[in-house]
Design a protein around this ligand. Structure first.
Ligand code: GLN
Length: 201
């Protein structure tokens, strides 16, 4: 199989963990993306966890926000974890003026699991078309998907809360698979990227 290039947005947050995780996959080259030029060299992009308000500020400052939106419209696969999921969302509940990339038809609630269980881990299943993927869900001041449009597939829930979603070329999880030793969700995303590179543009 031809190798694919997957970028990880490296402005703030836990991008290095994604680079390491992608590095465990065959046929995948992982690289940091900081500029619009970097973005032209990748076939797919990961938006890491971190602080969504900081990341969007940095994206806007560099104009990289517009470049990402353009590539998303050309069907480049994008995977957002935690803060990255917030960046993908069209709406942030209770913070309607928080800017995002506005790509996925979802409303996210930030820091939504409450103070008592700020951070926790649990076993989850992510359902994909091919198979059920077992994952260790690591949640750190995580959001969940409070509302979603009809074109959004729910891939996983935790206590009736939606924590993994897919809409066409966009994938989002409220949790952090990059902080576990299980690379199956990254494999799943790499397969999305692999397929998209084979489609005529
Ligand atoms: N609480 C952060 C935010 O709202 C997300 C936390 C994370 O990415 N681990 O941006």
């Amino acid at each position: 199989m031809a190798a694919i290039n997957i970028g990880v947005l490296a402005l703030q947050g836990d991008f290095h963990a994604h680079i390491l995780m992608l590095g465990t996959l065959q046929d995948v080259h992982a690289r940091e993306v900081r500029t619009a030029t970097d973005l032209t060299e990748v076939d797919g992009l990961v938006l890491p966890g971190g602080e969504s308000t900081t990341i969007i500020k940095l994206l806007k400052r560099s104009g990289l926000d517009k470049a990402i939106i353009m590539r998303a419209e050309e069907h480049m696969p994008i995977y957002g974890t935690c803060a990255g999921l917030i960046l993908l969302a069209a709406r942030v509940s209770e913070r309607p003026d928080q800017p995002t990339l506005n790509l996925m038809d979802i409303t996210v609630a930030r820091n939504a699991f409450g103070r008592q269980i700020d951070s926790f881990e649990t076993d989850l299943v992510v359902t994909s078309a091919d198979a059920d993927i077992p994952v260790r869900g690591v949640f750190i001041r995580a959001p969940f998907v409070a509302e979603h449009g009809n074109s959004v597939e729910v891939l996983s829930t935790y206590r009736d809360r939606v924590v993994a979603v897919k809409q066409s070329n966009l994938l989002g999880t409220a949790f952090h698979p990059e902080l576990t030793n299980n690379n199956l969700i990254h494999r799943y995303f790499a397969d999305m990227v692999q397929r998209s590179t084979k489609q005529p543009r």
